[in-house]
Design a protein around this ligand. Structure first.
Ligand SMILES: Cc1cc2nc3c(=O)[nH]c(=O)nc-3n(C[C@H](O)[C@H](O)[C@H](O)COP(=O)(O)O)c2cc1C
Length: 223
């Protein structure tokens, strides 16, 4: 697949077929993703790849914790809620409306919303889940590096017909993830990623999130 085709074909996948993704293939994707650039080549990414029994345990424990400790829905690292204003808020709402529409979840149905967001902690039934961590003494530039790593991974996966969904949801309930995966205390849990074969019959996978035109975000100087 041409890189530009992969860029346009990739979209977040939130329903998967049960077919396994072989460990060798995940290793190949990770090796390709590690070609991502990083400032001064420090390669700060760390990844836990979860499948099988560990993954079942992770899901079970996070979901159970979420039911009894819903207030633990924030990251361990500092996050600001600057995105809760326009233009970001409108974009966020547009996405939510389109997604919940496809899922046939009526506006205001809190119980259904809660259940659907909980699907994040089942990796949307993808056969493989990834959890990304970063050393706590690194700064925002290293978070950028991890973003580049994840996007490269997602494009490598797209090129092989695999689907992915990046999941900030996994920086919530991090105490459980830390315990189950034995993530050292000097690392933050940055986010997760679902990886598997897209279920082409699932309406939610038809979600094509809009993008702003170039004029909305780019300023050209000196042309
Ligand atoms: C850092 C990051 C965190 C995200 N977290 C979640 C998440 O927790 N759950 C989810 O369903 N989608 C999540 N997404 C997917 C975004 O909603 C999606 O990328 C965006 O709506 C654009 O759609 P597209 O990926 O289909 O192009 C996340 C994406 C990124 C880059």
């Amino acid at each position: 697949m041409l890189l530009s085709d992969a860029l346009r074909a990739r979209r977040s996948i939130r329903a998967f077929r049960p077919d396994p993704v072989p460990e060798a293939l995940v290793r190949e994707l990770l090796e390709e993703a590690s070609r991502a650039p990083s400032g001064t080549n420090i390669q700060p990414w760390k990844v836990h790849v979860v499948a099988g029994e560990v993954r079942t345990r992770l899901e079970r424990e996070v979901l159970a914790h979420r039911e009894t400790n819903p207030q633990d829905n924030s990251a361990e690292f500092p996050r600001r809620s600057g995105a809760r204003r326009d233009p970001y808020l409108t974009r966020m709402r547009t996405l939510g409306k389109a997604m919940y529409g496809l899922l046939e979840i009526p506006k205001g149905d809190q119980a259904a919303n809660w259940r659907q967001w909980g699907r994040n902690y089942q990796f949307f039934d993808a056969p493989v889940g990834l959890i990304f961590t970063i050393d706590k003494d690194l700064d925002a530039m290293s978070f950028l590096d991890i973003g580049m790593f994840i996007q490269t991974l997602m494009l490598s996966a797209t090129g092989r017909g695999l689907g992915t969904c990046a999941q900030g949801a996994w920086n919530n309930y991090w105490t459980v993830t830390r315990r189950v995966l034995e993530v050292p205390v000097d690392q933050y849990i940055v986010c997760g990623l679902s990886l598997g074969w897209p279920d082409e019959t699932a309406a939610v996978n038809g979600l094509a999130a809009d993008r702003e035109p170039v004029e909305a975000f780019a300023v050209f100087h000196g042309f």
